[in-house]
Ligand binder design. Structure first.
Ligand code: HEC
Ligand code: HEC
Length: 336
């Protein structure tokens, strides 16, 4: 029951609210109680805060799977694949040893980081890429979740964990993700187009391709961030994502990044010449557009706040909705 509940926490945050029977330990707030207090997604960007549809039919918990490319002797049930305290590590030889907190979490409140961020640290559109961020930045963000400085409908699980994780575990996790090499950070493919393959929101709030050859228009105010394959449901960390971005958005995004026609500092002046992060400003290059859009929209709306954001405040106040979409598309298209 507990395992199923945890699986549901990632895959169906709304459903878990009703099903969560776990008693809170001490003062740690639990995701189901945090969720109703979160602000609604910033209007116009609802699609960048994806949620699994209520009528989603998951693969049966007892069905057995091997991720494509993994050792064929590794056969796991969906129940195991969705186990918050023992999610799969399909390619154990491809990364440094996982610290226990990263691989298994710490019961009852801290779920294994790799359930959502994957062993490669690049995550899914509803979570975040955390590979190659600095140790200090990762620790600071965990504290920001704890201290009410990051709020949106995607953050209740992080807020619960941030209250319960020990500083020692947090540092170990941060060291692991910070050390993921640049070559392993490539996760997004960006396609600038007027039409994308038809797709739908499925498990975990990720988008998947429809079967068949239909296409859908890519409007100037929408990005489709679609899983490269259904392997994403198995948490296969070889299966990345495609951002289908509107025609012209990359060139317009570059103008925003260059200082929005002189109206503000360039993004690179803080985030580094190659946008790979510098000092307290994190890497932006090659990260998923949905995550970047949520952050820029949340900062502008005041849902993401705190001392370090002082530096971003001037910038976000000068960004229109179109600027946010275009600059996120541009950042996603840059080599990490
Ligand atoms: C149940 C899923 C889940 C698990 C487990 C999880 N995270 Fe997250 N994490 C998220 C989501 C969702 C976000 C993005 C929230 C948002 O959009 O604002 C996030 C964001 C983050 C960020 C912010 C990234 C940035 O660029 O600012 C950090 C850092 C982070 N997680 C670290 C961790 C660590 C360390 C662990 C393990 C102790 C962990 N997470 C476990 C879902 C999860
Ligand atoms: C004056 C310095 C400065 C400038 C200019 C700047 N940033 Fe930032 N940015 C920061 C800092 C510092 C942070 C980290 C904030 C924190 O610690 O919460 C940040 C955070 C971010 C984040 C959140 C990333 C994450 O991992 O969650 C995004 C997205 C972002 N910036 C985008 C941009 C874009 C796009 C531009 C240009 C249009 C830009 N920034 C210009 C300093 C800057």
């Amino acid at each position: 029951m507990k395992k199923m509940m945890l699986a549901a926490l990632l895959l169906a945050p709304v459903m878990v609210c009703a099903a969560n029977a776990q008693a809170p330990s001490g003062d740690t707030p639990v995701a189901k109680d945090i969720m109703p207090k979160m602000p609604k997604p910033v209007a116009g960007f609802e699609w960048a805060y994806p949620m699994q549809p209520p009528d989603f039919k998951p693969l049966p918990p007892d069905s057995v799977h091997t991720a494509e490319g993994a050792d064929p002797s590794m056969k796991l049930t969906m129940r195991q694949i969705n186990d918050g305290f023992g999610p799969p590590d399909w390619f154990p030889k491809e990364h440094a040893p996982l610290p226990p907190i990263v691989a298994h979490g710490s019961k009852p409140h801290v779920i294994a980081c790799i359930l959502c961020h994957l062993p490669g640290g690049n995550g899914h559109p509803e979570s975040a890429s955390i590979s190659g961020l600095t140790v200090d930045y990762i620790i600071k963000q965990m504290h920001a979740f704890r201290d009410g400085e990051r709020q949106n409908i995607r953050s209740p699980a992080m807020i619960e964990m941030a209250h319960a994780i020990s500083e020692k575990d947090l540092r170990e996790a941060a060291r692991y993700f910070a050390a993921i090499p640049r070559a392993k950070q490539q996760w997004m493919r960006v396609v600038e187009t007027s039409r994308a393959p038809a797709n739908h929101v499925g498990g975990g709030g990720a988008r998947f391709f429809d079967k068949g050859a239909e296409t859908v228009p890519v409007a100037p105010d929408m990005i489709y961030e679609v899983a490269e394959s259904e392997q994403v449901e198995l948490r296969n960390d070889h299966a990345g994502f495609v951002d289908y971005v509107p025609m012209g958005s990359l060139a317009k995004g570059r103008i925003v990044a260059m200082g929005n026609r002189g109206a503000m500092r360039t993004c690179a002046s803080c985030h580094g010449a190659d946008l790979r992060g510098r000092d307290d400003a994190p890497r932006l290059a090659g990260r998923g557009a949905y995550y970047l859009i949520r952050q820029l929209a949340d900062m502008r709306a005041g849902y993401r706040k705190g001392a370090a954001l002082g530096k971003m405040k001037d910038v976000v106040n000068k960004l229109s909705d179109a600027d946010i979409l275009n600059v996120a598309a541009y950042m996603a298209s840059q080599k990490p």
